[in-house]
Ligand binder design. Structure first.
Ligand SMILES: NC(=O)c1ccc[n+]([C@@H]2O[C@H](COP(=O)([O-])OP(=O)(O)OC[C@H]3O[C@@H](n4cnc5c(N)ncnc54)[C@H](OP(=O)(O)O)[C@@H]3O)[C@@H](O)[C@H]2O)c1
Length: 317
């Protein structure tokens, strides 16, 4: 089939595009032409790249028609963040594609309530990103169920892979936390360290897209959490990292209002965004319907990324 991946040269596309090529599909990547895959793969030689700026094309209502003009059988949308963007694309592709796959997020859930969260829990997202992604889910499911539009939604957790940094044990992007744990130095964590993160290796997301395509009749009209088999507590994550370096984790816990004073505003905000949601999502539906089988646990995915960051000198231990 001709598969058009919108935003195929990023985290997920690095793994997904070579998988699509090797499965025998004709693949077109649509991007602005700036990002390069994180790891080289000869499969990219068979990929056509169409250079388009989605935002600019959408502003003149030309993005949907530009994608339709590529005559795709399947469209995988990696970079849709607004319901209006999705509507423009669906209007242009209606009746013209066999499968439309949207990349969502587990932030559609807002605060965790019952865990592991299942896809059918009432959605109470907060923050513009989660609210828009939940609106896109509701819109695509309506289109699939009422109008026969062949949409599937995949909702990843915190994406991990070689070439970029994982959300760390303090729930933010502060890489010095890894360095402190590796040296056996004290690390402060908020509250009891029992709030959660739910990571996913980018290649397992790529696998989920392939499974959704090959299980078309089970996946159309459905949404799936695409995360590792189990979420991590901040404390468990920190202890595992220290253990990798043969250190006991020197952890100290502070109530949130005090803890947030110990880090930068940027890192405090990132941590709040993560632990306020404390995602812990079930993959039972994806296992059952599309035979999703993630290869990486959260810690295995993080370890792979961490080793690459150490090897490249970004993290110094
Ligand atoms: N990061 C996470 O932890 C996380 C967690 C849950 C869900 N998600 C979801 O994952 C998706 C992002 O996937 P990803 O992480 O693989 O993406 P990514 O690494 O950010 O890559 C973005 C891709 O889109 C292209 N792109 C960006 N802006 C564009 C524009 N205006 N016009 C055309 N192409 C554009 C980029 O290439 P150019 O720069 O060359 O244009 C690149 O190919 C989003 O839907 C996000 O909500 C992410």
């Amino acid at each position: 089939m001709h598969v058009v991946v919108i935003g195929g040269s990023g985290h997920v596309g690095t793994y997904l595009v070579p998988r699509l090529v090797r499965a025998g599909h004709q693949v077109t990547n649509v991007s602005r032409g700036a990002a390069q895959p994180y790891t080289p793969d000869p499969a990219w030689q068979a990929v056509r790249t169409v250079t388009l700026d989605r935002e600019a094309e959408e502003a003149r209502c030309a993005f949907g028609t530009a994608i339709a003009a590529l005559k795709p059988d399947v469209v995988i949308d990696m970079i849709c963040f607004k319901e209006a963007s999705c509507v423009q694309l669906v209007e242009a592709l209606r009746g013209r594609v066999q499968h439309f796959l949207h990349t969502g997020t587990i932030w559609i859930h807002g605060h965790s309530t019952q865990v592991p969260a299942t896809e059918d829990l009432p959605k109470r997202p907060f923050g513009e990103y989660g609210i828009q992604k939940a609106a896109i889910e509701a819109y695509l499911q309506r289109e699939a169920r009422l109008n026969g539009f062949p949409a599937t939604l995949l909702h990843p957790g915190h994406i991990v892979g070689v070439g970029w940094a994982p959300v760390g044990p303090a729930g933010n992007g502060d890489l010095t936390v890894f360095e402190k744990l590796a040296r056996g130095e004290e690390v402060l964590l908020p509250n009891f360290g029992l709030e959660t993160l739910h990571h996913i290796h980018a290649d397992d997301i790529a696998h989920a897209f392939m499974q959704s395509m090959s299980h078309w009749s089970e996946s159309v009209g459905e949404s799936f959490h695409i995360v590792s088999p189990a979420a991590l507590t901040l404390r468990g994550y920190a202890e595992a990292v220290a253990d990798w370096f043969g250190q006991p984790a020197q952890l100290r816990f502070l109530p949130w209002p005090e803890w947030r004073q110990t880090v930068s505003e940027e890192h405090a905000t990132q941590t709040w965004e993560h632990i306020a949601r404390s995602p812990n999502a079930s993959i039972e539906k994806a296992k059952r319907l599309i035979e999703y089988q993630p290869r990486y646990s959260s810690l295995q995915a993080i370890r792979e990324s961490l080793d690459a960051l150490i090897a490249s000198g970004v993290i110094k231990i």
